[in-house]
Design a protein around this ligand. Structure first.
Ligand code: IFM
Length: 451
């Protein structure tokens, strides 16, 4: 076993994350409306082996068992997402009380287990009815999101204090709307850029709604962030420009407006005009930049960039493989813990006083099936250590949520990629804690013993 990392402050929050469509199942139960994922999984070839989230981990029915696992783990907090169409089947209008009741019961069970509920309002399962009206390409969706935030804030806000608005708007824009490999499966390429602005506007409106409905709300956004790296053999001016362009699209497009009230320079993507051709209305950036209590950072690996090899590539960068032989996950993602330290130190240096406390809202790895997951322990130990190093270098990090508590539905990969501290047998729904569960339990217990 790798040594347990250094001591963290007594107030440091240890958590684990999941998302509604990936674990809940009960896709058509208790009045839930269809989401874009319910539709997408039925498209021929969209998801490996035709897997769907119809049942997933059946968490909708088995949540008491899952909360018991969290208690055993000693989690301080649990990050889950609310299914918008479970609460508002068409995304707006009439509330489905049975959907809200489910989250009410979950929140009560978590509190009874000493686990702080940390819901995310949107983790990619947009109500299909809203997608039919344009989805995140339509400005109206942002207003509907603000209204939905007010509904759940009013119901849960007496007990839930830490809220996350969006999960990874970059990934939703690029995979869902630009490449079409995730729901809603639209392949708009650079024409998908409006979905960035509309998600961010929704974030701002939801932040205002939560502040209005939840006394002492702490509001965060969970952005997927990557440190952009250059290979040794590609460090010319054009490579640096390509890296800056990629950084603008993946990181700064979602962090800058929220933290500084400005969009980065997107001229490399044909959006030179600051209003993006009239899409950004007066006052939008003020709404988006409403002060936050924390920045959620989801980190998996760095991205290596060079100048595009072909002038016809359509993008101002190429993604390449690193020259180093890093260990790989079953997703073939390189394992680079020091990328997390670089990322956090880089955020602090870029945003300075504008950076609120940082929360690692996702970090974890896909590993082979089986409970003896030594590679996951190495991954987690390395990354928790990387957080400690960033904190030693002055970055204010308040919590760490590993992805994920359970094996679950990994989007286009179906059930083929396993990220859980707990193995799930999807035929029987049997949960078996892995060696990494025990390792994380001991880590948390040791940190708590020092409190
Ligand atoms: O499973 C996903 C999660 O939904 C969003 N962040 C990355 C995870 C692993 O791919």
């Amino acid at each position: 076993m790798p040594p347990l990392p250094l001591t963290f402050p007594a107030s440091f929050v240890w958590g684990a994350s999941t998302a509604a469509y990936q674990i809940e199942g009960a896709a058509e139960e208790d009045g839930k409306g269809p989401s874009v994922w319910d539709s997408f999984v039925r498209r021929e070839g969209a998801v490996r082996d035709g897997h769907t989230g119809d049942v997933a981990c059946d968490h909708y029915h088995r949540f008491p068992q899952d909360v018991a696992l969290m208690r055993r783990l000693g989690l301080d907090a649990y990050r889950f997402s609310l299914s918008w169409p479970r609460v508002l089947p068409t995304g707006e209008g009439a509330v489905e009380p049975r959907g809200l009741d489910f989250y009410d019961r979950l929140v009560d069970a978590l509190l009874a287990a000493g686990v702080d509920p940390t819901p995310t309002l949107f983790h990619w399962d947009l109500p299909q009815a809203l997608e039919d009206g344009g989805g995140w390409m339509a400005r109206e969706t942002a207003y509907r999101f603000g209204e939905y935030a007010a509904v759940v804030g009013a119901r849960l806000g007496d007990r839930v204090k830490r809220w996350i608005t969006l999960n990874e708007p970059f990934v939703h824009m690029s995979f869902g709307y630009a490449f079409g490999v995730h729901a809603p499966g639209r392949a708009l390429m650079l024409d998908a850029l409006p979905t960035a602005h509309h998600q961010l506007l929704g974030h701002g409106l939801a932040t205002a709604a939560l502040r209005a409905t939840v006394p002492d709300a702490q509001v965060l956004i969970a952005n997927n962030c990557t440190p952009v790296r250059l290979r040794q053999d590609a460090r010319g001016e054009a490579d640096r420009a390509a890296a800056a362009a990629y950084d603008a699209l993946h990181n700064r497009l979602f962090n800058d407006p929220v933290l500084t009230g400005r969009y980065p320079d997107l001229s490399a993507y044909g959006a030179a005009d600051p209003s993006w051709g009239g899409l950004v209305h007066e006052g939008d950036l003020e709404t988006i930049a409403a002060p936050l209590d924390g920045l959620g950072v989801n980190y998996y690996n760095p991205t290596w960039i060079t100048a595009p090899a072909s002038p016809d590539s359509g993008l101002p960068f190429d993604m390449v493989e690193p020259e180093e032989a890093y260990p790989r996950t079953t997703f073939d993602w390189p394992v680079v813990p020091d990328g997390l330290t670089d990322l956090l130190v880089g955020l602090a240096s870029r945003y300075g006083a504008a950076l609120p406390p940082v929360w690692i809202t996702e970090n974890g790895c896909a590993q082979p099936a089986g409970v003896d997951d030594r590679a996951r322990i190495d991954y987690l130990a390395g990354h928790v250590g990387a957080v400690a190093q960033a904190m030693e270098r002055g970055v204010d990090v308040r919590g760490y949520f590993t992805w994920s508590l359970l094996d679950n539905f990994e989007w286009a990969e179906g059930y083929h990629q396993r990220f859980g501290l707990v193995e799930v047998d999807f035929a029987t729904q049997r949960r078996t804690p892995r060696a990494s569960f025990e390792w994380y339990r001991e880590l948390i217990a040791a940190q708590k013993a020092r409190r």
